[in-house]
Design a binder for this molecule. Structure first.
Ligand code: ADP
Ligand code: MG
Length: 247
């Protein structure tokens, strides 16, 4: 076997995404504590746990934001060592974080927000493809992004991530603060994204909604993995739901 064959062999055995024994800090505060899990290509993982459990911090560690600082561990995506990258490098490598606050740029219309996302090389959906999946955004393409409703801003934040080269989509509480009918609309879009086979990690307080969508689930408790298994196992385990999810 040549060296090339060997490395290909190793890659084949590696999960598409994996976070291995990661530890992260905000200054002196030790938050993400030895977190490990994998996500297979095309699957959705629900990352759950009580408020303050470390879900956002884990997503930020994966996206390689400056804060929290990852001090140990490895993060791999499709053979790329994310743990050695800065946030813009991880983004170019296909990590797209849709943050909780959505970060729509003021003074830019819907279409300008989308064009800006496509500046990076190897972009994903065109504006026309976005409007096919999100007709509301098409109707409002000339409107300033910050004048959209909360639900429409969430759609724009999602559309912006999909306009880039996305290998791993990180969604931080996409349903937060949205009316039930809008949640249903976003759920429908997330089901479409699932059909397209985009590997996704979803963090959500609405655990039942996230579990209905997800294949696997990880529950965090004070920065540590308290459970790792299938979404179905969590839905069927009353004790887990009660102890960590208050459902
Ligand atoms: N910028 C920060 N500086 C210091 N501590 C933080 C910061 N952001 C979050 N934390 C703390 O880290 C812990 C985990 O927070 P977070 O990852 O936001 O939890 P979750 O998303 O699960 O609600 C909490 O105790 C929170 O107070
Ligand atoms: Mg959070």
């Amino acid at each position: 076997m040549t060296q090339e064959d060997q490395s290909e062999q190793t890659n084949k055995n590696k999960p598409f995404f994996s976070i291995k024994n990661v530890h992260s800090y905000y200054g002196e505060s030790y938050i993400v504590q030895d977190v490990s899990f994998d996500v297979e290509e095309g699957k959705i993982l629900a990352l759950l746990g009580r408020n303050g459990a470390g879900k956002t911090s884990t997503l930020r560690s994966i996206a390689r934001t400056d804060d929290p600082v990852v001090t140990a561990g490895e993060i791999w995506l499709d053979g790329q060592a994310l743990h050695n990258m800065k946030t813009h490098e991880a983004a170019l490598g296909g990590v797209q974080l849709v943050p909780e606050d959505r970060r729509i740029i003021q003074g830019l219309t819907v279409e300008e927000n989308l064009f800006l996302a496509q500046v990076a090389p190897g972009h994903g959906w065109s504006a026309e493809e976005v409007y096919e999946h999100f007709p509301r955004l098409g109707e409002r393409r000339k409107q300033d992004g910050t004048t959209l409703s909360g639900g429409e801003q969430q759609m724009l934040a999602l559309a912006r991530a999909l306009s880039r080269d996305v290998k791993l989509l990180l969604l931080d509480e996409p349903y937060e603060g949205l009316a039930p009918v809008i949640v249903q609309e976003i759920e429908k879009i997330l089901r479409e994204i699932k059909k397209l086979g985009i590997t996704t990690i979803i963090v959500e307080q609405n655990a039942v909604a996230a579990l209905k969508l997800a294949d696997h689930a990880v529950i965090l408790d004070t920065g540590e993995v308290a459970f790792s298994g299938t979404a179905k196992e969590v839905l069927e385990n009353e004790q887990l739901r009660h102890e960590y999810l208050a459902i």
